[in-house]
Design a protein around this ligand. Structure first.
Ligand code: T3D
Length: 262
């Protein structure tokens, strides 16, 4: 399969395996990575020999969200709304629209848009050492990438609010008890277990699984695209605050942020 700059890709046993591959940065998302993921999801939709998708991360992280060293989000006139409309929203939409099962194997930290990627899968397995964190509020933003849509549906509004407002870490065991993920595995067992499920689903009635996914999507009170567009509108407001700028600068300068509420 073609080489990818930010991903490792394997296509075997009717399973497309996508491994986010920026391990030094805990697989933080760049524009390039988002574009490569979207391209692969499009291919997965067209290619009948792909009947399940497995997504995981290289190294010790699953995905640390938006790459915060990319300062383009601060350029004058930058709108986080259009950034989301062109970047993360189509990627999350494509995961939900793909009428083939997607398993996310969460091998380490899943934060911010990386949490969105983890939750946009249909079935989630996580390693015992994986952790889940909202991330957004830590840099003065509100949840996007479908997180505000998925989180209350999976764990209920009270837990979703606590996770969102506090930025506290949620362990894999807690995540399983809350229904955020399907199963916790010892780290060495994660990929074999997730792959076994992917291969099993790839051998299933692909059309019926796809239609089931369509029905499960439709069963939500609002559709994901409406939720994503609403998130993008709100993130545009958050992205213009001083606290967002302070949150990112503090992360880059490796110091605690001093929020002013501005
Ligand atoms: O429209 C828009 O684009 C807005 C949308 C935003 C969507 C979002 O995703 S908002 C959330 C962004 N993500 C974060 O705020 C997480 C930032 N990272 C962290 O808080 C910590 O790294 C973790 C809690 C995830 C892990 O901590 P730890 O101690 O295990 O690892 P570390 O040492 O902090 O990170 C290892 C390296 O990865 C380090 O690089 P270095 O110093 O060794 O060269 C660190 O800087 C880098 N890294 C981690 N996360 C990111 C990152 N580099 C860039 N961007 C990151 N998000």
């Amino acid at each position: 399969m073609t080489d990818y700059e930010t991903l490792l890709v394997d296509h075997s046993d009717n399973v497309l395996t996508i491994t986010l591959n920026r391990p030094d940065k805990l697989n933080a998302l760049t524009h390039k990575m988002g574009a490569e993921i979207k391209g692969l999801l499009k291919k997965a939709g067209r290619d009948d020999s792909i009947r399940a998708v497995l997504m995981t991360g290289a190294g010790r992280g699953f995905c640390a969200g938006q790459d915060l060293s990319d300062m383009s989000v601060f350029e004058p006139g930058t709108s986080l709304r259009s950034h989301l409309q062109q970047g993360y929203n189509p990627m999350i939409s494509a995961m939900r629209a793909l009428e083939k099962p997607i398993i996310t194997a969460i091998n380490g930290v899943a934060v911010g848009a990386g949490l969105g990627l983890a939750l946009a899968g249909d079935i989630r397995y996580a390693a015992e050492n994986a952790v889940f964190r909202i991330g957004f509020i830590g840099i003065g933003l509100m949840p996007d990438s479908g997180v505000s849509f998925f989180l209350p549906r999976l764990i209920g509004p009270a837990r979703a609010a606590a996770m969102t407002f506090t930025n506290d870490e949620v362990s894999a065991t807690q995540a399983e008890q809350w229904g955020l993920i399907n199963q916790v595995c010892p780290p060495d067992d994660l990929l074999p277990a997730a792959r076994e499920l992917a291969v099993r689903l790839a051998g299933g009635p692909t059309k019926a699984i796809g239609l089931s996914k369509r029905a499960l999507n439709r069963a939500q009170l609002i559709d994901i695209d409406t939720a994503l567009e609403y998130e993008a509108q709100l993130q545009d407001i958050a992205g213009r605050t001083g606290d967002f700028r302070e949150g990112v600068l503090a992360f880059i300068e490796k110091r605690a942020p001093q929020y002013t509420g501005s």
